[in-house]
Design a protein around this ligand. Sequence first.
Ligand code: BEZ
Length: 257
Amino acid sequence: MKSLNQWRADEYDNQLAFVSGYGKNLISWLQPQKGEYILDLGCGTGDLTYEISLAEAEVVGMDASPDMIRRAKEKFPDIEFVEGDGHQFETNRPYDAVFSNAALHWMRNPRLVVDSIWKSLKPGGRFVAEFGGKGNVQIIVNALEEVVERNTGIRASERNPWYFPSIGEYSYILEQSGFVVRQAYHYDRPTRLADGEQGIVGWLAHFGGDYFAGISHDEIQKICHETSQIVLPHLWKEDAMYADYKRLRMEAEKPES
Ligand code: BEZ
């Protein structure tokens, strides 16, 4: 869960615009149709919800962060946005499709999430998602956990807030719920970070909150600096740092019967 992270809508729209930028390509897997009723699960500030609505589909954006939902409503007043948790949402009107970009890796109980999605879909409905796959940001996680542990004695791996499954692991969960997996793709997507050699510091400030709970501001600065020193030679390519993102993209169908 993302409770300890600060989901600031401003940062999301500025420094982290790549999140929805990359997600546009995922809409080609969804192929939204006019009149379809679609859920965008983990919609952030709504950019992809809006893109889906351009197909004249009726889209609802859902996110666990009130700040994201507030901003999404400001940006796209004609679209419905609701606060909700992917582990336990319900709908009175079943969806034709559930779409999700860069959100499911924050949901630590994938069985509950997949069950909620299953129940919310019509028979014949589809689920299209992309999120962090096995090995995602492994260089960053290894360095950060080593540095947190060395500086504070905290067992940092127990604070890891993310779920990055393989194709096999996630397909199994989908199939156990009854889905038929139509397409699965695990790929490297090195992701350029802003701010040159300081790039990883901004990334940690935005996403690393769970690791920093109870640690003083000065210590956090030191941890970010040391982590940056470790990852720099691995992630620096020509003119910038590139985070070692690996994505898992899945399409599954809820069979008609
Ligand atoms: C990701 O999109 O892969 C990601 C984002 C934040 C933290 C970890 C992974």
